[in-house]
Design a protein around this ligand. Sequence first.
Ligand code: XIL
Length: 369
Amino acid sequence: MNGMITRRAFMGGLAAASAAGLIAPFGALASEAVNELELLPSLRKVAETKGVYFGTAASPKVLSKDFAYRKAVSRECNLLVPENATKWAYLQPQRGKWDFTGADKLLSFAEENGIKMRGHTLLWYRGFPQWAEDDLKAGKGEALLEEHIHTVVSRYRGKFMSWDVVNEAIEPNDGLANGLRKSPWLAVFGPTYIDRAFQYAAEADPNCQLVYNDWGQESYGKRPEAILNLLRRLKDRGVPVHGVGIQAHLSTRWNFGPQQVTSFCRQVADMGLEVLITELDVSDAKLADDLVQRDEATAERMRIFLEAVSESVKPKQILTWGLSDRYSWLQESNSENPTGRAVRTLPLDRNYKRKAMWKVLHDYFRQLS
Ligand code: XIL
């Protein structure tokens, strides 16, 4: 258990913070406690002390137009992932027309601020332009995939420490025995399209960490097992996969299984793969409007999740999908925000003030050994 935090240590830490008047039970913030949070060392500082990374997804547009956000990201984060800028449709919106502007902007910002970067994502069934789908269906898939991955990964070789190579290839509801999602890539190549993507990425940057990223590892359904089975098959075939990204888009609308999370992480570690938490956030859909209650409920959901992870592994990279409620992707989501009210799903509020969720992350990092 060396290097891992125990349930008791994590809970104890929260209790100590609570006793110190910083947080009420379950992460609720008394209004006067909010200012206290601003005095604490940043998530970045604490993560750095523990030799791990805390990061966020970000968009180049927002970073260049919003100085306060820029400051918040460089204060709190030592890792950055493009929210969209390194998806296929952004990098090559038209055949032969590459556009690295957004990704390069993020990289300059990261380099100026001593922040590491990871890429997201080389192959996804969404964010994939029509022209490429047409080429794939016309039998040009192999060259297409190789060119895309070689070009993108080589450009950021030695600069991105990690890449989500394949995103969301599992969909048990599609009914296939191997749990794979029905996609144009699967139709053309069969399951080895995933192998190819990893191999091309490894050729382009042999030192980069190559990650399989997906959602629902915390769910009670068939997803966790289907993802583990895919990873086992990849390992058996000698595919260069090094880590598994757990997106962890949590919600107060449904319960997840902490024991699913612990067991998933343990099995990943047993395969010799690293666990990353890549897109953490907590939807506050359907909660009453009261801000303190919403912040309490989302923070508590995140605490339970991180505690479940800690039972079996100590991820080196934890990223939230956005840093401030002002720029959460869930704001526009019909299912997670049907009424369109201002969401409370991320560690900082709309004015970049630290919330109960921030404190949960802070406690989590602080108690790592
Ligand atoms: C989302 C972005 O946040 C949105 O801006 C975009 O419109 C759609 O994609 N899982 C993923 C991410 O792997 O790439 C998704 O990002 C969120 C769900």
